[in-house]
Design a protein around this ligand. Structure first.
Ligand code: GDP
Length: 416
């Protein structure tokens, strides 16, 4: 029983002070246990030119050997290589999907380079939206393939971003959390790297490109994240090679003048990237994907389909009303199309009828003509027959006369 009540007028919710232990403070533990049981999934998209070090960095991040063979520069269009792996750290299972661009930047047509990436990101949102719209949804075993983070690899030119970088980033910045990385940062000197970082950030701002901002609202990560925002773009170096430094064996790159230690924060930002991706911001990246990028896609898609939260007079409208209006609109459209089809059909029938009539008339004329020709021929034959009969009669007459003459001659001869 509460001994103190606070009635908040604005929302009429009373805040009660608990006098006893109820146990719902264990709710977070329940969530943790459930999440551990279900396992986690994380989807990374790596965008960068062929040979820039994408696969090596992923291998370095997860201590794996996912790279199978060297990528070629001679693909006619950009492809996406999707590889899913199950990783385990203590009792936490992570289903990691790495989507790697293949042939990016190797085409003359720049649109051909970024469009497959945009299409892929949209396709994953569309698959999720379709699952959401199903009557029988199965999110428990649904493999959520939406991209949670895009690691964008920038060439370590020391100059500026390339036009392809700007084009691609501009086209994907509202669809995915972008973390820009300066690849192969060991090829730049410390001062050049600082200048390059500064230049890139200025270019991103001047082109209005949104990149992932590390959240500073959570006290536990605020300090790390606010300093991290100042380190962007992260200068990374990848290597799975083990090199001896003093008595220690570290992952690094051996050069004639020394060893670059991948996990040494004075040498590069690899550890920072690993920390933000895997230990501090993975959940935020997933949340941002769901509540911001996916929501954006879903909103545009539903608006495209004609759905809206408010009607023409800014009054809220229900889904049911919109559905009914859409159904009516659809049935009207069907009716209009049916009428147009009927009209077209009638017109076609008329045209065909006229053609048939024409053909029939032609046939009739031909028939009449042939009939006339036939009649003339019959008459001609009749005439010929009649003439022939007369000739036959004449012949018989002549024959009879000659017979009579012959008999008379014979009689006269006998008498003589
Ligand atoms: P991908 O085509 O982008 O996946 O590039 P790869 O990971 O296959 O790397 C291409 C080449 O770059 C390989 O010979 C790597 O050893 C080398 N490489 C990868 N990362 C780095 C790096 O950080 N610094 C330097 N100097 N070379 C690297």
């Amino acid at each position: 029983i509460p001994d103190e009540e606070d009635v908040r007028k604005e929302d009429n919710i009373r805040s009660l002070t608990m006098l006893d232990h109820f146990g719902f403070e264990c709710l977070p533990h329940q969530l943790v246990n459930k999440s551990i049981q279900q396992g986690f999934s994380f989807n990374i998209l790596c965008v960068g030119e062929t040979g820039i070090g994408k696969s090596t960095l992923i291998d370095t991040l997860f201590n794996t050997n996912l790279k199978d063979k060297k990528s070629s520069h001679f693909y006619s269009n950009v492809g996406l290589k999707i590889q899913t792996y199950k990783l385990q750290e203590n009792n936490v299972q992570l289903k990691l999907t790495v989507v790697n661009t293949v042939g990016y930047g190797d085409q003359i047509n720049k649109e051909a380079s970024y469009q497959p990436i945009v299409d892929y990101i949209d396709a994953q949102f569309e698959a999720y939206l379709q699952e959401e719209l199903k009557i029988k949804r199965s999110f428990i075993d649904y493999h959520d393939s939406r991209i949670h983070v895009c690691l964008y690899f920038i060439s370590p030119t020391g100059h500026s971003l390339k036009s392809l970088d700007l084009l691609t980033l501009k086209n994907i910045d509202t669809k995915v959390n972008i973390i820009p990385l300066i690849a192969k940062a060991d090829t730049l000197s410390k001062s050049d790297l600082q200048k390059f970082k500064f230049k890139i950030m200025n270019e991103l701002v001047s082109h209005g490109i949104q990149i992932y901002q590390f959240p500073t609202d959570d006290q536990s990560t605020a300090q790390v994240n606010s300093s991290m925002n100042g380190h962007l773009p992260l200068a990374v170096v990848g290597s799975t090679d083990e090199v001896k430094v003093g008595k220690r064996v570290v992952r690094g790159r051996q050069y004639p003048w020394g060893v670059l230690q991948v996990e040494n924060e004075n040498h590069c930002d690899f550890v920072k990237l690993r920390d933000i991706l895997l230990s501090t911001n993975m959940e935020d990246l997933k949340q941002q994907t769901h509540t911001w990028h996916y929501e954006n896609y879903r909103c545009c898609k539903l608006q495209e389909m004609g759905f809206s939260d408010v009607g023409p007079n800014n009054q809220p409208v229900s889904f049911q009303e919109i559905y009914e209006a859409k159904r009516q609109e659809f049935s009207d459209q069907c009716q209009r199309e049916e009428e147009a089809l009927k009209l077209k059909f009638m017109q076609l029938v008329k045209e065909k009828e006229a053609t048939f009539k024409e053909a029939e008339k032609e046939l009739q004329d031909k028939f009449e003509h042939l009939k006339r020709v036939q009649q003339e021929k019959t008459m001609q034959l009749e005439e010929e027959r009649r003439q022939l009969e007369e000739e036959i009669i004449d012949f018989y007459k002549m024959k009879a006369a000659s017979e009579t003459l012959k008999t008379q001659v014979c009689t006269n001869i006998k008498k003589d």
